[in-house]
Design a binder for this molecule. Structure first.
Ligand SMILES: [Zn+2]
Length: 872
């Protein structure tokens, strides 16, 4: 949606605010200027942004942006789409009127430089001289980092109002795009909650997820592109091809005052060296400005690395990521003071910490001020060296299309895949990142191997080949230590993103050139296997368990009230072998409609047989009642909620109140996401600190804890994920013991992909390959097991690491991961590592969905299958 607001069409409230300044004492003199001055933030909001204990609210900030766009020739206000809750997602475009009049030409130049195939160096120089670098400034992806949103009105006003050479040079030489909040929903919630709690004894910080599903992980979504806000920013970047992206953040209160690149090691080797150096030089420029202005406590080369694409899209698309992290104040907007009265933070100077901070307090005003300095330092530099920035962008992209020796020729995704839905999703991720994908129109041979027509080819030599490579290859994270022989130097986040492993897609790397006749794919579409004819009344539809899209079939069948069985053993029917876990579905019109719809979405084939197979089976419970435990600010549960909704899974969020009644009366299966301790469940949020709107997160007490145990004993199914396994272990005295050393010298897996062996005959592992790798994060655990059914475990010997970084893999040898425990009449399944981690891990998500429906299902003898399908 394009919604340009220039001249007129202003909400009445904004016009009123313009006419009646809240604080008239701060109106600047207009006599010195011919043009009318644009309302200042002080006038509009009634206080100076950054004032002690004051926060401008999101709705007011949006009104201000519309007002400025209406009053200034230098600003365009645009709503480029909707957030996860359906609210507007605004973007501001700031430049000189002359530049704003030729944005299409500026964009066209950027696009030509981004794809320099066929462009000579001389032509590129001419374009660089004519063009204008695009500088994308993103604020408030993390809504409690409030200074990042509060500073934007000040920056905007200075750009539209100031007559200085600095500002003129910026406007003449740059197109500035501002995302004033990358999570507008959260910015609204956090600001409004801060206002609601003013004058109370309640905590002032909004306690829950500040993006509808994934809270802080909205900044871990830059390669899977799951959330609407991510997609909007990526579409914006694809449209404009920015030369710089600056991200405003806040960090903890007690360390350095601000972090600016260069980053801590390591860099992802797939980031072009020019991009890395541009990052370093612009970061240093910002640090220099801060120091020159007497702003102390600046650090670089600490904490934040340049590794994972989950935090950075632009770096594989030619633009540096300038991450700026200012220290936080207290309770969002109040001055933080050191506990001992001395200066805040480390006091030992170093080459990456030239000047320690020498004050004992730190305010929101300072956050706003520091951030403002970095933005103007960045803008000024890029404006001053406009043509150099554009020409270096061209050089970066020239490297991409002429990668030279030592790089792969490309990747082949064979047409014949086990999971067509996974293949579709993998190719969609790459296309969203503007990777060029070709599809073979005839069989061909590469690297001595024959490939069918329909196979996909991704050549490395292309503008965004680096983005494809970082997602398709195995990560080799360096063995970094804090000092020789010391503990591992923690990566800022995780170390692996190998999509073929996470999704379960076969992708071959090819070193040498080959020829194939191909056609370019513009939009990736799901496969379209033929849909079978209606089976007779004694027949059945069959769907294999191999795709993780099988969960969508089950969800749709459950919703349609269709009788569904799953084969417990392999069987042959209709001339083909069907694996354990195959869905056996009643041959009705409702079933047909549901199956056809999901097959169309996933590309997963459906088969039909004239005679229902006679094989041992499980009948899924009709309308299985699924509960997803909701923890306050629980990100893993938020990711799951998003996944459940995407797949159409019918579920209810389990809240504290449920534990006062009979859990079995409401739920068949309860999922406990990672990050829920016994204390989170039992004690929960302190009701003295959080008002009744959060009562769903108040503790369930010891009675609720006992009720959860009784739920399982009376036949309920409980799934415990990741570190929540410890909670389930306490709940039911499970016969499992953590097996990994806690000393990081001995064992360390900071978000890596590891080897695994599955018992694919177990209903929880139906559809898995016997050696599907799994995600294993810092809080995950492996177990020794004295009773229960081990569904998956780590290999007895050999290399445990598949991608990323692992220390002490031998401690995993033979240890259990997924285990099934009978408890009373019920079932607990423990997942030592997260099968749906951030929903990046999709192939293993089958484990979770299998277990959800397996617990409440009933077994059916082979001879009884036809009758069970008929409702007997
Ligand atoms: Zn942040």
């Amino acid at each position: 949606m394009r919604n340009w607001t220039r001249r007129g069409l202003l909400p009445a409230a904004a016009l009123l605010a313009l006419a009646l300044p809240v604080s008239s004492g701060l109106v600047p003199s207009s006599t010195a200027h011919a043009a009318p001055r644009v309302t200042t933030p002080e006038q509009f909001f009634g206080f100076t942004l950054g004032s002690e204990g004051r926060l401008a609210r999101w709705a007011d900030m949006v009104r201000y942006y519309k007002l400025v766009a209406d009053r200034s020739e230098r600003v365009l206000y645009q709503e480029i789409g909707k957030t996860a809750t359906g609210k507007p997602f605004p973007v501001l475009t700031v430049s000189s009127p002359a530049n704003l009049a030729k944005l299409d030409r500026i964009k066209q130049i950027n696009r030509r430089l981004a794809d320099p195939r066929g462009l000579t160096e001389a032509q590129a120089r001419k374009l660089a001289a004519e063009g204008r670098p695009v500088y994308l400034l993103e604020a408030a992806i993390h809504s409690t980092e409030v200074g990042t949103a509060q500073v934007i009105p000040n920056i905007l006003h200075r750009l539209v109002d100031e007559k200085s050479t600095t500002v003129t040079e910026i406007l003449d030489n740059i197109v500035l795009l501002i995302i004033p909040a990358q999570s507008p929903d959260g910015t609204e919630w956090v600001g409004d909650y801060f206002h609601q709690t003013a004058g109370t004894t309640y905590a002032r910080t909004y306690p829950d997820l500040y993006q509808k599903y994934i809270g802080h992980d909205d900044n871990r979504d830059w390669f899977m592109f799951t959330q609407p806000e991510t997609k909007l920013s990526v579409a914006l970047q694809n449209d404009w091809k920015p030369q710089v992206v600056q991200n405003l953040h806040q960090m903890g209160s007690g360390g350095a005052r601000i972090f600016i690149p260069p980053y801590l090691s390591p860099n992802d080797p797939n980031i072009d060296p020019i991009t890395v150096q541009q990052t370093n030089s612009l970061g240093m420029e910002m640090s220099r400005s801060l120091t020159a202005e007497g702003k102390k406590g600046v650090t670089w080369g600490s904490t934040y690395d340049y590794w994972t694409p989950s935090r950075q899209y632009m770096t594989y698309h030619g633009a540096p990521r300038i991450l700026v992290e200012a220290a936080s104040a207290r309770d969002l907007a109040y001055t933080y003071t050191s506990s001992n009265g001395g200066p805040i933070g480390p006091q030992q100077p170093d080459t990456n910490f030239i000047e320690p901070y020498d004050q004992s307090s730190w305010s929101l005003a300072q956050i706003v001020d520091y951030l403002d300095t970095t933005v103007f330092a960045g803008l000024s530099n890029v404006a001053k060296y406009r043509a150099e920035w554009l020409f270096n962008f061209y050089r970066t992209q020239r490297n991409a299309v002429n990668p030279g020796a030592g790089k792969p020729y490309g990747y082949i995704v064979p047409a014949d895949q086990r999971d067509p839905f996974a293949t579709y999703e993998l190719l969609t991720v790459l296309r969203t990142g503007e990777v060029e994908i070709e599809q073979a129109t005839a069989p061909f041979t590469a690297n001595g191997k024959r490939y069918d027509a329909g196979s996909w080819i991704i050549r490395y030599a292309q503008p965004y080949g680096r983005f494809a490579k970082t997602l398709l290859e195995v990560q080799h994270y360096p063995d970094l230590r804090e000092y020789p022989g010391g503990p591992p130097q923690s990566p800022y986040d995780v170390t692996a993103q190998t999509l073929p492993m996470l999704l379960g897609v076969r992708v071959d790397t090819v070193a040498q050139p080959f020829s194939a006749s191909t056609t370019q794919i513009r939009t990736v579409r799901p496969a379209s296997p033929p849909f079978p004819a209606q089976p007779g009344a004694r027949g059945a539809y069959l769907v294999g368990p191999e795709s993780y899209g099988t969960a969508m079939f089950i969800a749709a069948l459950q919703k349609a009230g269709v009788r569904t069985l799953r084969a417990s053993a392999e069987f042959s029917s209709g001339g083909r072998a069907h694996a354990p876990g195959t869905l056996i579905v009643e041959p009705t019109a409702e079933a047909r409609a549901a199956l056809r719809e999901v097959s169309r979405k996933t590309g997963v084939p459906v088969h039909a047989v004239g005679q229902a197979p006679r094989v041992a089976a499980e009948r899924l419970k009709d309308g299985t009642r699924i509960g997803l435990y909701r923890g306050i600010n629980n990100i893993p549960g938020g990711w799951m909620k998003w996944l459940f909704e995407q797949y159409g899974i019918g579920f209810t969020e389990v809240v504290a109140d449920d534990f006062t009644g009979d859990l079995n009366a409401k739920y068949d299966t309860i999922v406990l996401p990672a990050g829920i301790s016994r204390n989170d469940l039992v004690a929960g949020l302190n009701r003295d600190r959080y008002p009744a709107e959060w009562s769903w997160a108040y503790g369930v007490g010891e009675a609720g804890w006992a009720e959860l145990r009784r739920f399982v004993e009376d036949g309920g199914t409980l799934l415990a994920i990741g570190d929540s396994v410890a909670t389930a272990r306490q709940l039911a005295n499970l016969p499992i013991t953590p097996a990994l050393p806690s000393d990081e010298h001995e064992f360390y897996s900071p978000g890596s992909i590891l080897s695994q062996r599955f018992d694919t005959s177990d209903p929880v592992a139906w559809g898995m390959r016997p050696d599907t790798p799994v995600w294993f994060g810092e809080n995950d655990q492996a177990y020794t097991v004295s009773a229960g059914d081990v569904v998956s475990s780590f290999p007895e010997s050999g290399e445990q690491l598949q991608s990323g970084w692992l220390i002490g893999g031998e401690h995993l040898n033979g240890k259990a991961n997924v285990v099934k425990h009978r408890v009373g009449a019920g079932l607990i399944v423990t997942f030592g590592s997260e099968p749906t981690f951030r929903t990046w891990s999709r192939d293993p998500s089958k484990l979770l969905f299998n277990a959800i429906y397996h617990g409440p299902s009933t077994s059916v003898q082979p001879s009884a299958v036809p009758a069970a399908l008929l409702g007997g």
